[in-house]
Design a protein around this ligand. Structure first.
Ligand code: PAF
Length: 282
């Protein structure tokens, strides 16, 4: 496995690869959720590139860029053991030069970002799309793997690929959960024991909502009331329902509905997101 930190070396290395290339874009602090993407990519491609880059342009001014976990040594070991060909771990200046305020950005449409995470994280998806587009260009991958936990991110990237005719297949991968259903996230490591217990009520709300839907409840207000009740102690940012194909809000639930939650924990102020497909669990 090669560990590469500059763009020219990556380009040269990519030129020498034979066979299909799969890309797994990450910000590092790899956990079993990332591992599931990497394992799938290794199964489906002769060459897998994992990028590890804490992308500053997708963080807002009051967000956790500085404290975001950086665990490169461990991440590299995980990649090595999983059969990855290249870890691309550039420094910020290598990706963006020194004039980060004058970059050409890819900005997804307002209709896709004026809701859910995009509403509170203004500019976040511009940063995500811009770095992902750059990684698509550099890796020359035929497939790229993204987790369904970041459902809005996945939708926006799929839209970008379609709108801009990127020649790459986006492979959505299921949410990976702890045994007690907490969705894996690099940010879970910020949680103390008490907060982790509270955080469990996010996935509990989603799974109860799914049961309610299966029992025939189609009104969002009953499900929202139940969720708010369960999530007392957390600062709930949103509980929303969207059509999985269009990401339009829904009032009447149906088999295409995804329910999404974002909430912050009270002590470390950790922002957690999770979602569930009310019909088929994914
Ligand atoms: O999901 C993430 O970890 C990031 O948003 C991504 C896709 C690697 C872009 O920085």
């Amino acid at each position: 496995m090669k560990i590469i930190d500059n763009i020219n070396d990556l380009k040269n290395e990519v030129k020498s690869l034979i066979g299909p290339i799969g890309l797994v874009p990450t910000m590092g602090a790899l956990h079993d959720g990332h591992k599931s993407l990497i394992d799938r990519a290794v199964k489906e491609n002769d060459n897998v590139i994992v990028s590890i880059f804490v992308n500053p342009i997708q963080f807002g001014a009051n967000e956790d860029l500085d404290k975001y976990p950086r665990t490169l040594e461990q991440d590299v070991k995980l990649c090595q053991n999983a059969g990855v060909k290249i870890v691309f771990a550039p420094k910020v200046d290598e990706m963006y030069g020194t004039d980060k305020n004058n970059l050409t950005l890819i900005c997804p449409p307002y209709s896709a970002v004026d809701k859910l995470c995009g509403k509170s994280r203004v500019g976040h998806f511009d940063g995500v799309c811009s770095v992902v587009a750059k990684l698509f260009n550099l890796s020359k991958a035929q497939k790229a793997y993204f987790g369904q936990k970041d459902a809005q991110q996945l939708f926006i990237i799929q839209k970008m690929v379609k709108d801009l005719d990127f020649d790459i297949e986006i492979v959505p991968c299921p949410i990976v959960r702890e045994a007690d259903n907490l969705a894996l996230s690099s940010r879970n490591r910020y949680l103390n024991e008490e907060e982790r217990k509270l955080a469990l009520n996010i996935s509990k709300s989603l799974f109860e909502a799914k049961k309610m839907y299966e029992m025939g409840i189609k009104e969002t207000n009953k499900i929202i009331d139940n969720s708010l009740n369960l999530m007392q102690g957390l600062e709930v940012e949103y509980i929303e329902f969207v059509d999985k194909n269009t990401f339009e809000f829904q009032q009447n639930l149906n088999d295409n509905t995804i329910m999404l939650i974002a909430a912050k924990t009270p002590i470390s102020n950790t922002r957690l997101i999770d979602n569930i497909n009310l019909c088929t669990n994914f």
